[in-house]
Each structure stands twice: as structure tokens, then as C-alpha cells.
Design a protein. Structure first.
Length: 471
């Protein structure tokens, strides 16, 4: 039953911490109990059937309300509301009637949009075309988030409340599926609208997920890497093999850290220029229409001082063909950089983290699993760049044919030159010599002493290298 007036509970404003600079929500009062006729209904999610008792409905709503009271936002003009599944006759619908909601400021526009939402109900039956559904129905059925920096990027039929949202001066949009981790079922959709055209929703998604977890609920995570089923014995063996490779190489050559990268999966939908496009889990427009990479298990940290770098890598997406790992993936080969801290942030977003952890020389190589057809990039950080060739030889011995892996081309290594630092960088792993540069930086003089000095040696190495000079 719809209320004739909106009753909100005043938020408690924190007096310390970062939250005092953010906007809390005025949250609706306790939700009314669903009609008794609803208590005997069941909710069909896909082909599954989940008992949806009166107690279960009220329990979920109370949890969501508690979560809303703990949320803080960068934007004052924000509306957050929960949509719950309910049977009406034989059809399953999403409705926000009697469900918790909150506003950053109780102004006319936000209250009007809330009232309009209470008049809406969206079918989530599987026999309806997705393009004719609302974002809420698509999110519920796909179990994947949907978002945009500007609601006008939607077609009207793809966003039934578009005209109302424009009149209410709302632009940024995010819809998150909410799951019961005990069953894996989607129990509803949390919808967020703001007046600003936000370029990313990473902060909001992370904050919401953290608070839901406290209430034994969950939602998609930011920078969520490739999902691995640990109960799949083949996949477990595959990851164990990779971990063994990382460990052997790091222990043999005293490397501080090694990581695994994979192509980031499509984990959300983004509305852009009237089209819904798949995107990764960064919730940032900079990843739109790009192939991104994210870290995946396993990793191996031998020097614990580099642990912060590993954690930072988890929250970073690399564009394919960017950075050492990205270039190794795009070429299905290998790549080396003598000092990643001299790359700019656009080329290597983790440059500041590498500086703080004292990481410089980096080598990455492509790895393909024949059985699963999965592609990986193994990334190693070296204390001494002179040992890169020895490390490649160890890799070749570790990744043998019986292992089921195919190693990328390590005989012709692309070498990334930081701007203004390296004039030429070439490597030939077929011989005993390693790297050659023409470099006037005293920091590199100890390395150049180990390079061949004859013209024949120079020519041989030059013929087996790909050099990339960054602008």
C-alpha cells in the first residue's frame, strides 16, 4: 500500500572521520508488513523456486534499511531505493512499495521521483525481451549491475522513468543486484540516482558492498577479478601449477613479487549513446570500450614489503597494450622495462605504488593453458635487471610440455623505454648475453658493463629485439 506522505528519519551525522565530509541519508521509517496474501507466495528466479515467506520479506527489508542508515555519499542530491520481487497473480514483478529508501536531502525533485517509483512495477518474467525492460528488471534477471554517468544515454523504452528523471534533474545512475549468500539468489535491486554526471561509481559500489556484507547480504564488488570455481578440480590444478611456477622463479632468483594477470570479465552494463554496452567491474568510464586486465590468483609475495603493491594491483585495471603486462598479453609474447617508475601514469597506473614499494625492473610473459584455453600473463619484478635472461631460462624449464601450458615467445622481448631515459633496449635470450642500452644515466652504468662490446654482438642483439620508445 502506497503512503500519502513520505516520513523520514533524520540521520546521525558523525563528528569525526572521513564520513563527516560526506552526505548521510534520511531513511524511510520502518517498512509496513506485506499483505498476508503475499506470505504464501513463492519467488521464481530463473528456473529456481525460492520460498519467500512473510518473515523472509520483512527480514530482507529490515536489513536493507539498516544498510541505508550506514551509507554516506559524495553527492547531496542522491536517492537510494530498494526494489523487491513479488508475485502479482502469475507474474513476478519488482516493486518499491513498502520498501526502504533514503535521500541525501529531502527536496521536491527527489521526493517526486520517489513517489513516481511507487507507481511503477516491472515484470521480471523470463519471457520478456530484455531491451523492453527497465534497468531494474534487467539487473534482477541478469544478476549484473547496470549504470551510466548520464541517464539521457538511455532510450526511453530502455528506461521507462527517463522523462521523470530528467524533470527531477537526475543524471548519474546505478542499479546493483543484492544477493543472499546462503542461497545465491537475487533478493532485490538497490537503485541509486544522483544529480551529478559521475564518471565512476567505484566508491559507491565498494561502500554499499561493505555494508551489505555486515548484514549477511552481498552485491558485486569493484575490481572483481576473474571468477574461479575452487571446486573445479581441473581449475584448481591449473592455478596450483601457476603458483608453482611463480614460486620456483621467485625463490631461484630472489625476486620480491610475482603476479598473474588475466583479461577482465564483462561484469556490468553501461548505457552509452543510447546503447547498452558490456563493461568490466571498475565502474569507471575510462574502461568503456576497452579490453582491460585485472590481477587474478595466484600470486607470490616473497618480500612482504611489497604486499601493499599487490593489494593496489587488485584495485587497478590495466588497458591491454599498456604497461609491461598489457603489452605481453597483446603480443602473446614477452615484455621488459628496466624501470617502471619512470613510466607515466597513463601508460602504467601503478607507477606511484611501484615507487612506494621500491619496485623497478619488470618482466612479463604470456602463458596459455591448452586444456582450459585460458590466457594468463605472469609478471615478475626483479631486483637486478641483469638476471632477466637467467630468469627466462628458469621459466622455460618450469613450463614444460607435460605441464599443459604454452609459454609466450621469450626469444624476442619487447623492451619498453621510459621517456628520455633509454635510447635503445634490446634483448636476445638465445645467447648468454642479456640487455643492451645506450644510456647516460649513471644509475645504469653497472648494467652496461655486462653487455657485449663487439660490433658483431651489437648487431646480433639488435636483430632479435623489438624496442618501444614511449613519447
Amino acid at each position: 500500500m502506497m503512503r500519502n506522505e513520505i516520513v523520514l528519519e533524520q540521520p546521525t551525522v558523525p563528528v569525526s572521520g572521513d564520513s563527516r565530509y560526506l552526505t548521510p541519508l534520511w531513511v524511510s521509517v520502518n517498512v509496513e508488513e506485506p499483505r498476508q496474501s503475499d506470505s504464501s507466495q513463492s519467488v521464481a528466479i530463473g528456473s529456481e523456486l525460492q520460498a519467500n515467506s512473510l518473515y523472509h520479506q520483512v527480514s530482507i527489508s529490515c536489513k536493507i534499511r539498516a544498510v541505508l542508515k550506514l551509507l554516506y555519499f559524495r553527492e547531496q542530491h542522491v536517492l537510494v531505493q530498494f526494489w523487491s520481487p513479488r508475485f502479482v497473480g502469475k507474474h513476478l514483478q519488482l516493486t518499491t512499495i513498502d520498501q526502504p529508501f533514503g535521500v541525501g536531502v529531502a527536496n521536491e525533485e527527489l521526493c517526486f521521483y520517489r513517489k513516481d517509483s511507487e507507481h511503477k512495477a516491472f515484470l521480471v518474467d523470463t519471457d520478456h525481451a530484455e531491451e523492453d525492460l527497465s534497468p531494474l528488471a534487467r539487473v534482477f534477471m541478469r544478476a549484473l549491475p547496470e549504470w551510466t554517468s548520464d541517464l539521457t544515454s538511455y532510450k526511453t523504452r530502455a528506461f521507462p522513468q527517463l522523462d521523470c528523471a530528467v524533470r527531477c534533474k537526475l543524471h548519474g545512475y546505478l542499479a546493483l543486484p543484492v544477493f543472499d549468500p546462503a542461497t545465491g539468489f537475487c533478493v532485490g535491486v538497490l537503485e541509486l540516482l544522483v544529480s551529478s554526471k559521475l564518471k565512476d561509481f567505484a566508491y559507491e559500489v565498494k561502500h554499499i558492498q561493505q555494508e551489505l556484507k555486515i548484514r549477511n547480504l552481498t552485491s558485486p564488488q569493484v575490481f572483481d577479478g576473474p571468477a574461479f570455481n575452487v571446486f573445479n578440480e581441473h581449475r584448481k590444478n591449473e592455478l596450483d601449477e601457476i603458483y608453482g611456477i611463480l614460486k620456483v622463479v621467485c625463490d631461484t632468483h630472489n625476486l620480491p613479487i610475482a603476479q598473474t594477470w588475466m583479461v577482465s570479465p564483462s561484469a556490468s552494463y553501461f548505457a552509452n549513446e543510447k546503447v547498452l554496452e558490456k563493461s568490466c567491474s571498475s565502474f569507471n568510464t575510462r574502461c568503456l570500450r576497452k579490453v582491460c586486465m585485472s590481477t587474478a590468483p595466484p600470486f607470490y609475495v616473497r618480500d612482504l614489503s611489497t604486499w601493499p603493491f599487490m593489494e593496489a594491483s587488485k584495485e587497478c585495471h590495466l588497458e591491454m597494450s599498456r604497461g609491461v603486462a598489457g603489452r605481453a598479453l597483446s603480443s602473446h609474447g614477452s615484455c621488459f622495462c628496466g624501470d617502471v617508475t619512470r613510466l607515466d601514469e597513463e601508460e602504467y597506473p601503478l607507477v606511484h605504488n611501484a615507487r612506494m614499494s621500491g619496485l623497478t625492473s619488470c618482466f612479463a610473459i604470456f602463458l596459455h593453458c591448452v586444456e582450459s584455453n585460458n590466457d594468463y600473463v605472469l609478471e615478475f619484478f626483479l631486483k637486478d635487471s641483469r638476471h632477466v635472461l637467467n630468469m627466462v631460462q628458469t621459466l622455460k624449464h618450469s613450463v614444460n610440455v607435460p605441464s599443459g601450458f604454452e609459454l609466450g615467445d621469450g626469444s624476442s622481448i619487447e623492451v619498453v623505454n621510459p621517456p628520455m631515459d633509454l635510447y635503445v633496449n634490446k634483448t636476445n635470450t638465445s645467447g648468454s648475453k642479456s640487455i643492451m642500452t645506450n644510456n647516460f644515466d649513471p644509475e645504469y652504468t653497472s648494467v652496461t658493463e655486462h653487455w657485449p662490446s663487439t660490433d658483431d654482438g651489437l648487431e646480433k642483439i639488435s636483430n632479435n629485439f623489438t624496442v618501444t620508445d614511449l613519447p
